[in-house]
Design a protein around this ligand. Structure first.
Ligand SMILES: Cc1ncc(COP(=O)(O)OP(=O)(O)O)c(N)n1
Ligand SMILES: Cc1nc(C(=O)O)sc1CCOP(=O)(O)O
Length: 576
């Protein structure tokens, strides 16, 4: 017998048993009944509780730590907050699968949590649990529904837009969107969708019918908030929850791991911006307000002296540290994985700058630790994808950082770097500004690239060049300040990352306004440095410009500390 015949015979047997029971009940009760009361419609069966997919545990006994049973693990996970369980045991034969299912069902039922069986409708019927989860290689949906009946829960896997359309056309109860990230738990999984792919699927499904969705694959406490935040469609229903295997099954303390995951998934991430109504409006009319906010932000840097954890390239370390000090921050240069967590927590105001300048694939662990620890500590992260379009390794590393390492608050890069991250396949001939091999596009196109990338990544994107372009996806501003000599001193581009990290560390409510403060201070300081030439202190070229620039960064910060905004007079902004 195949699976469906197996299941069909079980359904037939259980229906016969039920009908035998009800005819028995009638023949015994009828003679002693009092006079027949007026007919009433039968009471409605109690409504099934709404499906809560907030934290979905999918089991795999092979990942249990030695000595711990699946039963104990599932019970602990439910105590920690798991809202639905799927028994997924790929190596069990039918009979032990059913036996285990009955033991697990006794636990889930006691806690009022639904139990689904992975792939096997016959096992679900034999266990008498609440439903199944099936993929496209398993029993087809219509047969599963016919066998299980209308009130069972049936979830379908969705790994592409095509599968999303097919699933939404059924009456399934939810979809499992998978895999979000690569995962060793399922080596034969489809290519990862990443948060952006999940978002596209949610958007499509919402256009067809309301259908709850969970994401699965590579989700842990380190990335759950990033995945939920970045996968959220602008105008469609977000994920109803997350599904995990190893993050709970293999955890030392499955109850604590579940509680942590649930809390994180229900808490707005620290990087989420306030509603647009609470951010500065970027138009010429509001320029005085924007500039006064610029000064307040820079004054806060001087007052709070934020720590800027630099993971940066050897070439620019000294200049970046000096610029951080000049703007009022406190630099620390550390590439130690082991202290990434401590550095994220050590100061009340801090931020992390990840500059990919001399990084390699071997640095993934460092980047992931620094970014996720800062995410968890509620501290901002600035990413400088140096030379992202120069080599295949840099393209791979930069897209890995964006997709897998954690949430990035601000991406800052030159034209070649930002266009590479946008997916434009730019071949850079080096790592510096202007290295996008001569195929530079027009300003309007660049503005569009910046806006679209900011929307896709749900962060601030800054493209630096003769005109700097900043966008949060909704508001976009062009900055026409700065001096050509900036591009002739090594590290001037990278040190802007230090300034951005410093301003975000003290003011993250309106990140675009904070970044604007950092860029204006930096670029106006460059203009002031080039104009500061005197007989005693001539600025003749890059060599003399460097120290004068540093002095002016310091001077602009000092003016802000005194509440003096005179330095903003040459500011040239265009709002788009
Ligand atoms: C919640 C959830 N989503 C997706 C899957 C994957 O199911 P499937 O495609 O059937 O693959 P296997 O789990 O059978 O390997 C799932 N199990 N749960
Ligand atoms: C059960 C499952 N299905 C997947 C899919 O891609 O369809 S990935 C996956 C396993 C997810 O495990 P973990 O939480 O340990 O990464």
């Amino acid at each position: 017998m195949d699976d469906s015949e197996n299941a069909a015979s079980m359904v037939a047997a259980s229906m016969m048993a039920a009908s035998a029971m009800s005819s028995d009940a009638v023949s015994v009760a009828t003679p002693s009944l009092p006079p027949t009361p007026p007919p009433h419609p039968p009471p409605d069966p109690p409504a099934a509780p709404p499906l809560d997919l907030s934290l979905y545990l999918v089991t795999s006994s092979s990942l249990l730590p030695p000595g711990r049973s699946l039963e104990d693990t599932v019970e602990a996970a439910i105590k920690g907050g798991v809202t639905i369980v799927q028994l997924r045991e790929k190596t069990l034969d039918t009979r032990p699968f059913i036996d285990l299912g009955k033991r697990i069902h006794a636990i889930t039922k006691r806690h009022g949590v639904p139990l689904l069986i992975n792939d096997r409708v016959d096992v679900a019927l034999a266990v008498g649990c609440e439903g199944v989860h099936i993929g496209w290689d398993d029993i087809d949906y219509d047969t599963a529904r016919r066998l299980l009946g209308p009130s069972s829960i049936i979830g379908l896997s969705v790994s592409s837009l095509d599968e999303a359309s097919l699933a939404a056309a059924t009456t399934c109860d939810y979809i499992g969107v998978s895999p979000v990230l690569p995962t060793p738990t399922k080596p034969d999984a489809n290519p990862p969708l990443y948060s952006t792919g999940v978002r596209d699927i949610l958007t499509l499904v919402s256009e067809i019918r309301p259908l709850p969705a969970v994401a699965i694959g590579g989700i842990s406490a380190n990335n759950v908030q990033t995945i939920l935040y970045k996968s959220r469609p602008p105008s469609a229903t977000p994920l109803a929850g997350i599904a995990v295997v190893s993050a709970i099954i293999a955890a030392d303390d499955p109850e604590a791991a579940s509680a942590d995951l649930l809390t994180l998934s229900r808490t707005p991430p620290p990087w989420a911006p306030p509603p647009p109504s609470q951010t500065t409006i970027f138009t010429d009319f509001y320029l005085p307000l924007i500039l006064s906010r610029v000064i307040t932000t820079l004054r806060a840097v001087k007052e709070r002296k934020p720590l800027v954890h630099h993971i940066t390239n050897a070439v620019v370390r000294t200049f970046s540290a000096n610029v951080t000090l000049a703007i009022g921050g406190s630099p620390i240069m550390s590439d130690a994985v082991d202290e990434a967590a401590a550095l994220a927590k050590i100061a009340p105001h801090s931020a992390c700058l990840v500059n990919m300048g001399t990084g390699s694939l071997a640095d993934k662990q460092l980047y992931a630790a620094a970014i996720s620890e800062n995410n968890r500590a509620g501290k901002p992260v600035v990413f400088d994808p140096v030379g992202a379009g120069a080599t295949r390794m840099r393209r791979e590393l930069s897209s890995w950082i964006l997709r897998e390492a954690g949430y990035i608050d601000v991406i800052k890069g030159n034209e070649g770097e930002i266009r590479t991250l946008a997916g434009e396949g730019v071949q850079m001939k080096g790592v510096d500004a202007g290295d996008s091999a001569g195929d530079s596009c027009g300003l309007d196109d660049l503005v569009n690239v910046v806006k679209q990338t900011a929307r896709r990544e749900r962060c601030i994107v800054i493209l630096t060049g003769p005109t700097d372009i900043l966008s949060d996806g909704n508001r976009t501003v062009l900055v026409r300040n700065g001096h050509p000599l900036q591009s002739l001193i090594t590290g001037a581009g990278c040190a802007l990352g230090s300034v951005l990290a410093a301003v975000l560390a003290v003011s993250r409510d309106d990140k675009l306004s904070s970044c604007l403060a950092g860029i204006l201070a930096y670029n106006v300081a460059a203009e002031r440095a080039s104009a500061s030439s005197t007989d005693e202190k001539p600025v003749r070229g890059p060599g003399s410009f460097g120290p004068a620039f540093l002095d002016e960064v310091y001077e602009v910060a000092e003016m802000c500390a005194r509440g003096d905004g005179a330095w903003t007079e040459p500011v040239k902004l265009e709002f788009r």
